[in-house]
Design a protein around this ligand. Structure first.
Ligand SMILES: [Zn+2]
Length: 351
């Protein structure tokens, strides 16, 4: 998400980002809004442009409302990204409290409905003019946005509200699964409706809901699977290490034999020093492989400990970019762990 979007500013310390597809879709919005709501105006495209900007300001305020309530409840907010089909807030772990989550979910749609109502009031003094039409249309769009988001189509806001209701009766991951099933059904109806009315936009949203729901269900199920797991429960204990004083040329023989993409490096007494990756080895020019030692190309990466929770391990692994790290206990290498290992065990435990 970070690479495909541009930062346009920040509010309450929350960076607001614009997804590049948004810029591609903007002219389309301008044209559709202009020709739909101001077909007879001399300023059709200007009104279309103002409606588009107005709509996405509304979407931003909707997302800010979610983020504001989240932040007040201690949830870290990374950023808000605006996509052509709406806004998405990237946030940290939401506490497992149905009441907090319900307030977070409702804040967005209620804000949209409130903004819509205020805009409709703005329309009143300008009776029958294009300005009145502008406020009336923008107000109605915001109210529609609020109500549409309240559909029980997880991961949309209404689906999240449904999940918090279910979470009062079922375990959290089961509540999520049930809410996702309802969301899938709504998404399918929406898709068919979009197909019959040739509304591509609605079909896109339906796909977004369907895929987004499945993804969140998968994550919740993994999270529940690993909740009580530690690194030592999941790691592989057979490890091939390289010695710091080995020549790079010798390490290549080891590499051809074992075919790993990462090796922990140990000193003479077997104590952990760092890691060498396949990538690092292959970057050493052929003529230097005899002269260079493993310790010359090694990276001093911080390893994981066997007692660390699997959840924390996943965070460190995904941040590292290598997807695998050595596990070190009392300065000696005791295993290797990959994200794949954790997810596999989590899925087995949760079926
Ligand atoms: Zn929302």
């Amino acid at each position: 998400m970070a690479y495909s979007s541009i930062r346009i500013g920040s509010i309450f310390g929350i960076p607001i980002r614009l997804h590049i597809t948004f810029l591609i879709a903007l002219p389309l919005f301008v044209w559709v809004f202009g020709t739909t709501f101001f077909p007879a105006s001399e300023l059709t495209l200007l009104w279309g442009f103002l409606l588009s900007i107005g709509l996405f300001t509304g979407v931003t305020l909707h997302e800010l409302a979610h983020s504001y309530v989240a932040k007040k409840n201690g949830v870290p907010i990374e950023s808000i990204t605006l996509l052509p089909i709406g806004g998405v807030s990237q946030m940290g772990d939401v506490p497992e409290d149905p009441n907090i989550e319900m307030r977070m979910a409702l804040a967005g749609p209620l804000t949209s409905i409130l903004i819509g109502a205020v805009l409709l009031l703005f329309a009143l003094p300008f009776s029958d003019s294009e300005i009145a039409n502008f406020f009336a249309v923008l107000g109605s769009i915001n109210i529609f946005l609020g109500i549409f988001n309240l559909l029980p189509a997880f991961p949309m806001d209404g689906g999240r509200v449904l999940k918090t209701k279910l979470a009062k009766r079922y375990r959290y991951d089961i509540a999520t699964r049930k809410a996702v099933s309802v969301g899938h059904a709504v998404a399918m109806i929406m898709f068919l409706f979009g197909a019959f009315t040739l509304n591509i936009f609605l079909m896109l949203i339906a796909i977004f809901i369907y895929v987004g729901g499945s993804e969140e269900e998968r994550q919740t199920s993994i999270y529940y699977g690993i909740k009580n797991l530690k690194v030592k429960d999941v790691m592989r204990s057979e490890v091939d290490c390289l010695k710091e004083y080995e020549k790079v040329s010798d390490s290549i023989e080891e590499l051809l034999r074992t075919k790993h993409i990462m090796y922990p490096v140990v000193d003479r007494d077997g104590y952990y020093l760092g890691i060498v990756t396949l990538d690092q080895i292959s970057k050493v020019p052929k003529e230097e492989r005899e002269a260079l030692l493993v310790k010359d190309i090694m990276a001093t990466t911080e390893p994981l400990s066997p007692e660390m929770s699997a959840k924390e391990a996943i965070q460190k692994l995904s941040r590292g970019g290598l997807n695998r790290l050595p596990v070190v206990d009392n300065e000696k290498v005791s295993g290797i762990i990959t994200i794949g290992d954790i997810i596999r065990v989590a899925q087995i435990l949760n079926t």
